[in-house]
Design a protein around this ligand. Structure first.
Ligand code: NAD
Length: 390
């Protein structure tokens, strides 16, 4: 062990994957194909019985891949050197973990301050997928992107399913039907995938983002980039910065006419660690034609639309606002497959010669590690936990 390096016992590293216990979560953190890669790297892999069932991955498929299927989570977790999860653990799960174990999952440090503190108290070395630096070396580990991309795709399908119109222009013997008009607000990973999907279905797509850097990406996907007379809101690391109420109010005023003439509005706007910005007011919804559909992918972080109810569909004078929670979970087979590759790549990044070796000089390890040695070690996580507490 030298300087900033910390190495665990080189005995075979045991990796455990418990069944997700969050209500409605269908994904699983590891799929059989990816487990094979970990086993080939010298790790031992165990999974809780039934953990993959909701993602259409039954236990025998894991067994065939060399994974040990364990009936009781207590036994599985107590023994594990590394635990892979999709959702942040609950207190009841943390209590089962071995001191010094590595945990990789979404942790939502901005809203799960208590869980982060508890992980530190239990001396868990926890990695938050939200805090992974967005550098090209870490792209294969970027679970935020893989899951957001699935959400953007599915948002369009949900809208198309609810819209009483075709997406493409249709030339039929009974006459020509105009294509649907889709507006995407927030052109990050989810928004760009929504633009691409809506275009593939033949809709006329326009998009808006506070970061003009995305203009060319929107255009290359066949969308029209809406430019508003507003200053840009580019923050750090390719993210938007938090916007003032004055800015948002002006934005709503300027985007109003675009919302009114859209058949479908898909909102994906987010600022890391903050409540989702309010982009569409109740009055703007009331100005849309009956039959129009809004999908608010920010429903769980406060919503981009004033009338969104997380986990529900709301009807406002014939306009449907879809506030489905956890959209990636609705595509559990593929989202689990992508998630598994992301977490396995991060785990293998921490493994040298079949032992877990943490190098805190490495940007990826340092950037995503939240708790270690009984402390919250990540400055951003500290700020997020403190901001949430205040
Ligand atoms: P995000 O989920 O935090 O936000 C979604 C989008 O909402 C962003 O594009 C943001 O600019 C936008 N937004 C915020 N406030 C808004 C408002 N008031 N009105 C309209 N739009 C608003 O972001 P994300 O999708 O996770 O990613 C953001 C960016 O990060 C990407 O576009 C990309 O540039 C970068 N990124 C880099 C890598 C990499 O290099 N490895 C990987 C993924 C993403």
């Amino acid at each position: 062990m030298r300087g900033d390096q910390f190495s665990y016992s080189p005995q075979s590293v045991k990796v455990a994957v418990p069944k997700e216990i969050e209500h409605g979560e269908r994904r699983v953190a590891l799929v059989p194909d990816t487990a094979t890669r970990l086993i080939a790297a010298g790790l031992e892999v165990g999974i809780e019985a039934g953990a993959g069932a909701a993602a259409f991955l039954p236990d025998p498929v894991y067994e065939k891949a060399g994974v040990k299927v364990v009936g009781r989570p207590g036994i599985l977790l107590h023994d594990a050197d590394a635990v892979l999860k999709v959702q942040a653990p609950r207190e009841s799960e943390i209590a089962l973990l071995k001191k010094g174990a590595v945990l990789i999952s979404f942790l939502q440090p901005a809203t799960q301050g208590d869980i982060v503190k508890s992980l530190a108290e239990h001396r868990i070395t926890a990695f938050s997928l939200e805090l992974l630096p967005r550098i090209s070396r870490a792209q294969t580990m970027d679970a935020l992107s893989s899951q957001a991309s699935a959400a953007g795709y599915k948002a369009v399908l949900m809208a198309a399913d609810r819209l009483g119109k075709f997406f493409p222009m249709m030339m039929t013997a009974a006459g020509t039907v105009a294509p649907a008009r889709v507006l995407v607000m927030g052109a990050g990973v989810a928004g760009l995938q929504a633009i691409a999907t809506a275009r593939r279905l033949g809709a006329v797509v326009s998009a808006y983002d506070v970061r003009p850097a995305v203009k060319e990406e929107v255009q290359s996907l066949g969308g029209t980039f809406i430019e508003l007379a507003l200053e840009t809101q580019e923050g750090e690391g390719g993210y938007a910065r938090e916007q003032s109420e004055e800015f948002l109010s002006k934005q709503r005023e300027l985007i109003g006419e675009h919302v009114a003439k859209s058949d479908v509005v898909i909102t994906t706007a987010a600022v890391p660690g903050r409540r989702a910005p309010l982009l569409v007011t109740a009055d703007m919804v009331k100005g849309m034609r009956p039959g129009s559909v809004i999908v608010d992918l920010a429903a769980e972080t406060g919503g981009n639309v004033e009338l969104t109810q997380a986990g529900k569909d709301v009807d406002v004078g014939g306009v449907t606002i879809i506030g489905t929670r956890n959209v990636p979970s609705t595509m559990a087979l593929h989202t689990s497959q992508l998630f598994a590759r992301n977490v396995a790549n991060l785990l293998l990044h921490l493994v040298k010669n079949a032992a877990i070796t943490l190098d805190f000089e490495d940007e990826i390890t340092k950037g995503s590690c939240v708790t270690h040695g009984g402390e919250i070690v990540n400055e951003r996580a500290k700020q997020l936990v403190a901001a949430a507490a205040s």
